[in-house]
Design a protein around this ligand. Structure first.
Ligand SMILES: *Cc1c(COP(=O)(O)O)cnc(C)c1O
Length: 203
């Protein structure tokens, strides 16, 4: 995994697990909910200057300011309205806002992300608002082989000169790395199964 960054997905993990990962030298963490992440990281983050927090879950525009304040990178930009809210929050805080665009590679109706055909327009829009678009992120459909989805994400990224590819989770990160992932988001195979059940929520 030489050129691959491990994003440790710390959602729902107890404090001991977070502290153990930090003690082992892990510095890049992914969270999928703003409020939960605030509770987990607000107190820790001051003591760890090289910490990098990445938001990997869907974001509501009304939480954009909190997200920009806490996170170093927001991986789930998927619509112009959210780009506006993030850019406004960044301007208010005087903080450059780094984003990835989430692509719904499987065109699943229930899933967040912009459709592959709409990525270019959103890249252009986001850049025009002043956001720093670093790359793309995807979550392939659970019931399909992930390879073609990773290949599609890579193709779109390369076509638009985007360097960062956030793809691959516990079940498929090895495949994702073969397809050029620069960031893999791994939770359960790093920390063990999550304790609390996940409830779907947009935050
Ligand atoms: C929870 C989550 C992960 C990590 O999933 P695991 O299967 O536990 O590795 C990765 N990406 C996103 C977007 C997630 O919500």
């Amino acid at each position: 995994m030489d050129n691959v960054t491990l994003t440790a997905v710390s959602k729902t993990q107890p404090p001991e697990a977070i502290d153990a990962a930090l003690a082992a030298g892990q510095r890049v963490f992914g969270e999928n909910r703003v409020q939960e992440a605030q509770g987990r990281w607000n107190d820790r983050r001051g003591g760890i200057p090289d910490l990098e927090l990445r938001l990997i879950g869907p974001l509501q525009s009304n939480k954009a300011a909190d997200a920009v304040a806490l996170f170093d990178v927001i991986e789930t930009l998927d619509r112009p309205k959210l780009a506006d809210a993030l850019a406004a929050a960044g301007a208010r805080l005087g903080k450059p806002v780094r984003v990835l665009i989430q692509v719904n590679t499987g065109a699943e109706p229930q899933k967040a992300g912009v459709l592959p055909g709409d990525v270019v327009a959103l890249i252009d829009y986001a850049r025009a608002t002043g956001l720093i678009v670093e790359g793309l992120m995807c979550i392939p459909p659970a019931d399909e082989a992930p390879g073609p989805h990773f290949a599609l994400l890579r193709k779109i990224a390369h076509r638009h000169g985007l360097a960062v590819l956030s793809m691959g989770m516990s079940g498929d990160y090895e495949t994702a790395i073969r397809f050029g992932a620069t960031h893999v988001r791994v939770g359960s195979s790093l920390f063990g199964e999550r304790k609390a059940p996940e409830t779907p929520s947009r935050d």
